[in-house]
Design a protein around this ligand. Structure first.
Ligand code: SAH
Length: 395
């Protein structure tokens, strides 16, 4: 059994149930330790505080599995934790019955470094910390037991693994993949490519925001920027949009988007236009062509992975929002998002406000949006809050 002894005062964040122990907080360790091993965390007076996973290569040197310092971290621990996360979601009226759902959302479900998404009969596991990596077998057994789903695919190819000294790992862990995997999301069928798709295959975090887009789209000319496989586009069509122009720089994503439209014969495909282009360029082109829209969706990739990138990212966010206000008709609606952890909601609102002011747009916020409830934010872990959105209406 190994111990991690904290420097004086460094127990404070743990007492507030924050699960990360940074390198600078560690006085020393005692006992033999390999990456991912469980340590008992002690304060300077050797009072036990928690049990954590040791990550020698990461700036986050240990991540707490349990704030009970006597808790065994074993197969039964993962069974309980994963079953509890699945149960919490089953009890939420927006989530129960969803075919695509995040079952475990890392720190916010008490399982640092563990992401588990379900798409119909397939579960995708992403392990991003040394501790999570060590318990792969226990995690897979637990999720099979909690869901009854026998097909488990691993997509541990996140950049975060390099920070932990871990290699990328992808492949089948149990069962097999069906030929054409798809999910139904509020009546719209969407293909999910768990092998090649972004993240674990799909942007589940935007599910409720896509549903909101659907309710706002009736009769509107919609521009969907950064459309990926067309999630917002198809919901807008389902909501009665008069036309939907969707733009993405990824040709494979657009190919899937077209296929998704074909999977939904009830939608009027003649109203959809797909463009493989860079959004920054394309928006300027649309303005030059005199195109106008009644609803614009901006869901760009993470421009600022951390606060260090915030300034450059802020300029990029401002640019696309500014272009959007220019393309909006009076009364038009802008749905604008940032999934950058390095940009907080207050800064994001300032950026959008700055964009409106620069182009003389008179706009107001109708909705403040976040990730769907299967991506909860632990109250003790505000860092988990990454996705924010604003729905603004032009005068
Ligand atoms: N709204 C989507 C998810 C968007 S993810 C959904 O609900 O599923 C961000 C997308 O932006 C990716 O598909 C990526 O290919 C695309 N992208 C990144 N940079 C881009 C750029 N400069 N121009 C156009 N698309 C870009």
């Amino acid at each position: 059994m190994a111990d991690l002894i904290l420097k004086p005062g460094k127990e404070r964040s743990l007492l507030r149930r924050h699960p990360w122990i940074f390198a600078g907080s560690v006085a020393r360790t005692e006992g033999r330790l390999r990456p991912g091993d469980t340590v008992t965390v002690l304060d300077r007076d050797h009072r036990p505080l928690a049990r954590a996973a040791w990550s020698p290569h990461s700036q986050i040197r240990a991540r707490v599995w349990s704030f009970d310092p006597a808790a065994p971290v074993d197969h039964a621990f993962f069974k309980r934790a994963i079953a509890a996360a699945v149960r919490r979601r089953a009890g939420h009226p927006w989530l129960s019955g969803q075919q695509g759902m995040r079952l475990v959302h890392g720190e916010s479900d008490g399982l640092p470094g563990v992401i588990i998404d379900r798409y119909g009969d397939v579960v995708v596991v992403q392990l991003t910390s040394a501790g999570a990596d060590k318990w792969r077998d226990a995690i897979v057994d637990a999720v099979i037991q909690a869901t009854g789903c026998a097909n488990v695919y691993e997509r541990s190819d996140s950049d975060l693994r390099a920070l932990e000294g871990l290699q990328a790992m992808s492949g089948m862990l149990a069962g097999s993949l069906p030929q054409d995997l798809s999910i139904e999301e509020y009546g719209v069928r969407m293909a999910v490519d768990v092998v090649q798709g972004h993240k674990t295959g799909f942007y589940l975090d935007q599910r409720e925001n896509r549903a909101l887009a659907r309710t706002l789209a009736a009769g509107r000319r919609v521009l969907n920027c950064f459309c990926y496989t067309g999630g917002f586009s198809l919901q807008a069509l389902a909501g009665g949009a008069s036309e939907v122009l969707s733009i993405d720089s990824s040709a494979p994503a657009l190919e899937t988007a077209r296929r998704n439209l074909a999977l939904n014969p009830a939608l009027d495909a003649t109203r959809a236009e797909w463009r493989n282009d860079d959004v920054f360029q394309a928006m300027r082109g649309l303005r030059a062509d005199g195109r106008r829209f009644d609803m614009i969706i901006l869901d760009p990739p993470k421009f600022a992975p951390s606060a260090a990138h915030a300034e450059r990212a802020a300029r990029a966010y401002k640019d696309i929002n500014l272009q959007a206000f220019r393309l909006l008709e009076p009364g038009g609606v802008l749905m604008t998002y940032s999934c950058s952890g390095g940009i907080g909601i207050e800064l994001f609102q300032k950026i959008v406000a700055g964009a409106a002011i620069d182009v003389g747009a008179d706009a107001r916020i109708l909705h403040r949006l976040a990730a769907a409830p299967d991506h909860p934010v632990g109250l003790a872990v505000p860092e988990g809050e990454y996705l924010k959105g604003l729905v603004c209406q032009q005068a």
